[in-house]
Ligand binder design. Structure first.
Ligand code: COA
Ligand code: MG
Length: 295
């Protein structure tokens, strides 16, 4: 699976920002046609994003445009404008159920075929950001193999709940727990809400560390300065990678002697511990591959 630690939003109507983004290095770039674009600018955003996809792809970006949600009357046109060989997938706001996913996918399938792409090539990242979606989180996460991750939108969620948003984030403990667990159960990546105070690097660090503890594998950025902080929080530390290698090696040696458990530095090494180490090594490898594509 591709590492998606940092996913940078760029407002789709801002050609200047999309151009600047060519030189930035997030794990994914999210040209946005949804809530960072006003109703009057929707057509301009669609055209600008469609125009910029080829150069951004050529610059090495993993592109996942965010399109307008079902019921806006814009979704079909948006999908038509972006589906093609330059993108990795699409992200769609405000899913409530697996039915929403199926509706979007039936349109994606047709456009994918029209574009001559292999079936299943265009991935999908639904936004879980309503009370209903939280209740249906697992069915959304597992609605289709196209879904590789789900995004949590805290601003829309708290608006739907009619509750205020706070710096302590106590109001999102429950949805974060649900999404982290549901995504894991469906074997997709949980991707966390943007941290809005983009000048507060310490706050971003603290809050991202909390998100990681709920099982999130990455989060959205709204400003270029957030990319590095987010990448570092969602990357395994070098000493974690070293230790994981030693765990796997110790276990393989024990296995060769017919033993299902062994010890390393005075600690038990058994199957769940080895599985965790193997996952960490797979993530580290995917991050290394990403770095290699930039250099
Ligand atoms: N992508 C690419 N470039 C960006 C950027 C982004 N998301 N955010 C800022 N920049 C650029 C600015 O254009 C500016 O470039 P310049 O120095 O050449 O003029 C530089 O980075 C510094 O920006 P800064 O002045 O610190 O911020 P700003 O006031 O221009 O913009 C925001 C602040 C929040 C309006 C802007 O970051 C933004 O629009 N972010 C995305 C919001 C979004 O998409 N939200 C939807 C999801 S919730
Ligand atoms: Mg939203």
């Amino acid at each position: 699976m591709k590492a998606l630690r940092s996913l940078l939003f760029v407002p789709g109507n801002r050609q200047d920002m999309l151009q600047k983004a060519q030189a930035l290095r997030p794990d994914a770039l999210i040209p946005d046609m949804e809530d960072s674009v006003t109703a009057a600018e929707k057509n301009k955003a669609r055209e600008t994003v469609a125009f910029m996809l080829a150069p951004l792809n050529q610059a090495g970006h993993t592109l996942i445009p965010r399109i307008n949600s079902l019921g806006t009357g814009l979704l079909e046109k948006d999908l038509e404008a972006v589906i093609g060989p330059n993108i990795y997938g699409v992200s769609v706001g405000k899913f409530d159920s697996a039915r929403d996913a199926q509706q979007v996918i039936s349109i994606v399938e047709v456009l994918e075929r029209k574009a001559g792409l292999e079936s299943g090539r265009i991935k999908l990242i639904p936004w879980i950001e309503t009370a209903k979606a939280i209740v249906n989180a697992y069915e959304i996460c597992s609605a289709s193999p196209r879904i590789i991750g789900v995004a949590f939108g805290a601003e829309d969620f708290t608006a739907d709940m009619e509750i205020p948003r706070s710096e302590e984030s106590a109001e999102i403990v429950y949805p974060r727990s649900v999404i982290g667990t549901a995504a894991k159960a469906a074997d997709v990546m949980a991707l966390d809400t943007p941290y809005p105070n983009f000048r507060d690097a310490e706050g971003l660090k603290r809050d991202s560390f909390v998100a990681r503890q709920y099982g999130f594998k990455g989060r959205f950025a709204i400003h270029p300065t957030q990319i590095e902080t987010i990448n570092s929080i969602f990357s395994p530390a070098p000493q974690e990678v070293e230790y994981a290698k030693r765990v796997v090696q110790a276990f393989e040696e024990a296995e060769a002697l017919g033993r299902g458990a062994t010890s390393l530095d005075g600690k038990l090494i058994d199957v769940p511990i080895v599985k965790r180490a193997q996952k960490l090594l797979a993530l580290a490898e995917s991050i290394d591959q990403r770095k290699a594509t930039w250099s």
